[in-house]
Unconditional design. Structure first.
Length: 158
C-alpha cells in the first residue's frame, strides 16, 4: 500500500459527500424515500468528517505549527458551525417532508464549496507537509475508532 496523505483521503470523503448531496437534491421531488436516505447518509458523513477535522487534524496542525488563534483553524471551526446550522435547517425540512429547502441547500453548497477549496488547496497539503507517514497513519487509525454515536445523530426516530 502506498503512503496515504491527508489531502487524498479527505478529498475523497468530500467527493463522496458531494455525491450524496447531489443524489438528495436530484431525487427529493421524485423519490423522497431515496432522497431522505441520501440526506441521512450525507448528514452523518459530514458530521463525522467535521469531528475528524476538529478532533484530529486541527489539533495536529496547531501542535506542529503553533498556529492556534492566528492560523486557519479558527476560521474552519467557525465555518463548521455555520455548516452545522444549515445542515440542521435542511434536516428539519426533510423530517417534516418539506421540499422547500432550496435556499438552505444553495447556502450550504456555497459555503461547502469555498470551505472545501480552502481545505483541499491549502490546509490539507500544509498538514501533509508538517506530518510524517507515522503521524498520518495514527490519524487514519484514530479516525476509524471514533464511536459512531458521536456523529450518528440523525433520523433515528423516523
Amino acid at each position: 500500500m502506498s503512503e496515504q496523505t491527508i489531502t487524498a483521503l479527505y478529498e475523497k470523503d468530500h467527493d463522496r459527500l458531494d455525491e450524496l448531496f447531489k443524489t438528495f437534491q436530484a431525487s427529493k421531488r421524485s423519490d423522497f424515500a431515496k432522497a431522505k436516505e441520501a440526506f441521512k447518509e450525507f448528514k452523518v458523513g459530514l458530521q463525522r468528517h467535521i469531528i475528524w477535522e476538529e478532533e484530529l487534524l486541527f489539533p495536529m496542525w496547531e501542535e506542529k505549527t503553533g498556529m492556534i488563534e492566528d492560523g486557519p483553524t479558527p476560521m474552519m471551526r467557525f465555518e463548521h458551525e455555520q455548516i452545522k446550522k444549515l445542515l440542521d435547517a435542511i434536516h428539519r425540512k426533510v423530517e417534516s417532508q418539506d421540499l422547500n429547502s432550496d435556499q438552505e441547500e444553495q447556502s450550504l453548497l456555497d459555503l461547502l464549496g469555498s470551505h472545501n477549496r480552502k481545505e483541499e488547496k491549502a490546509l490539507y497539503p500544509a498538514i501533509d507537509n508538517v506530518t510524517n507517514a507515522e503521524e498520518r497513519a495514527t490519524i487514519f487509525s484514530t479516525m476509524n475508532s471514533i464511536p459512531e454515536d458521536r456523529y450518528n445523530a440523525c433520523c433515528t426516530d423516523h
